[in-house]
Design a protein around this ligand. Structure first.
Ligand code: GDP
Ligand code: MN
Length: 352
């Protein structure tokens, strides 16, 4: 049976009684989702499940984000799913669209090659915009400046456990900067040169100073458990935290180190010439620039995004099979959690 984290006095951050909720002292945090207008039903269902699992006990505000203005229909329907405030944000063009510096001919050539190799979303420019936005621009939205933490949700995900403590206050109290539920290997073709570009950055000037001495550098390089059908990407194992669920201290993403590194990555144009995902980008940034003890596996939170699960055995798990990793057996070897545990958790017993 899996219990809540032990490295903090969880009792101090239990939900307030419903009549005290309006006076509850929240952490400085918001729930975020980037969504399209036609996804109102799917994000509505996610919000309904998320409320039941966590947020109806705490009432954190939502920030819904779109590259075009949300329709009145979208806004009207969403507010019916939660009692918490919902802010609707339109992304300024310069934080979303492909930069002018991108060589369109090169982009077309590279995208065609990735498509021939069956890379999902290879030729879908909006998907590349989305990955770049979540990697380096989202936390610069004016509407998010007032917040320190965000918890990302998506359409079509499931929550299987009752979260009976304030996760944001847990991060605040432990000074952790990142929380995840699932980690897995990536398609190496999407991040072919993410690591070699990163080494170029680290080898420029005195950029090495940004590396955290207690970081998880070695985890990025580990290849001992890589499945046969996966490939190392220029030295990077491709193991990463799956960012469709992530709880983040934006001070980390807004830091000088992360910003300087992201600006280098962005200058290569490879969010378009390759298909760098925000998941490997966030993960690599954390491994390099954060203390590994400040990255937290929310082992106790039951979660699903097709086709992967984090399904803990707890007394209140409902709807998933404890221990199951994937909907499909042949994908079970994509789990790289063991690698993260090996390289980054010094004493598992101390945590759970
Ligand atoms: P996948 O999980 O990698 O297959 O990607 P998704 O299709 O789930 O996209 C990730 C998130 O970004 C979801 O919350 C989508 O709703 C959102 N998203 C993806 N593309 C766009 C876009 O072009 N515009 C907007 N507004 N949201 C997008
Ligand atoms: Mn998704």
């Amino acid at each position: 049976e899996i219990h809540e984290p032990k490295d903090f006095n969880i009792e101090s951050i239990r939900p307030p009684s419903p009549d005290m909720l309006s006076k509850y002292k929240h952490a400085n945090a918001t729930i975020v989702a980037l969504v399209r207008n036609h996804e109102f039903g799917a994000i509505g269902r996610t919000i309904r499940k998320f409320e039941k699992s966590f947020n109806e006990k705490f009432n954190y505000p939502y920030t819904l984000i779109n590259d075009v203005p949300f329709s009145d229909k979208f806004k009207d329907r969403i507010q019916a799913f939660t009692k918490s405030p919902v802010e609707f944000v339109t992304i300024p063009e310069e934080l979303w669209s492909k930069p002018d510096s991108i060589d369109v001919e090169k982009q077309t050539t590279e995208m065609n090659i990735m498509a021939e190799h069956n890379v999902a979303y290879a030729k879908m420019e909006s998907y590349h915009n989305m990955c770049r936005f979540y990697s380096g621009n989202m936390f610069n939205l004016p509407e998010l400046q007032k917040y320190k933490y965000y918890w990302r949700i998506e359409p079509h995900v499931e929550f299987y456990t009752s979260i009976n403590y304030d996760i944001f206050k847990y991060l605040e109290g432990t000074k952790k900067v990142y929380g995840f539920t699932i980690s897995l290997y990536d398609i190496s073709e999407t991040v072919k040169t993410l690591w070699t570009e990163t080494l170029k950055f680290l080898n420029t000037g005195d950029n090495y100073k940004y590396i955290n001495k207690n970081g998880a550098f070695q985890w990025l390089l580990s290849d001992t458990q890589l499945p046969e059908n996966n490939q190392i990407a220029g030295g990077y194992s491709t193991c990463h935290f799956w960012s469709n669920f992530e709880i983040v201290d934006m001070d980390f993403l807004r830091s000088e180190a992360y910003t300087a590194w992201f600006n280098h990555l962005d200058s290569t144009g490879k969010f378009y010439y390759e298909r760098w995902g925000d998941a490997p980008v966030h993960s690599m940034g954390l491994a390099l620039f954060a203390d590994k003890s400040k990255v937290h596996w929310f082992r106790d939170v039951g979660y699903f995004h097709d086709p992967y699960y984090n399904c803990p055995k707890t007394s209140h798990t409902r709807g998933c099979e404890p221990g199951q990793f994937s909907k499909w057996d042949h994908l079970n070897d994509q789990n790289c959690m063991a690698s993260w545990i090996d390289y980054s958790i010094d004493d598992l017993d101390a945590i759970y």
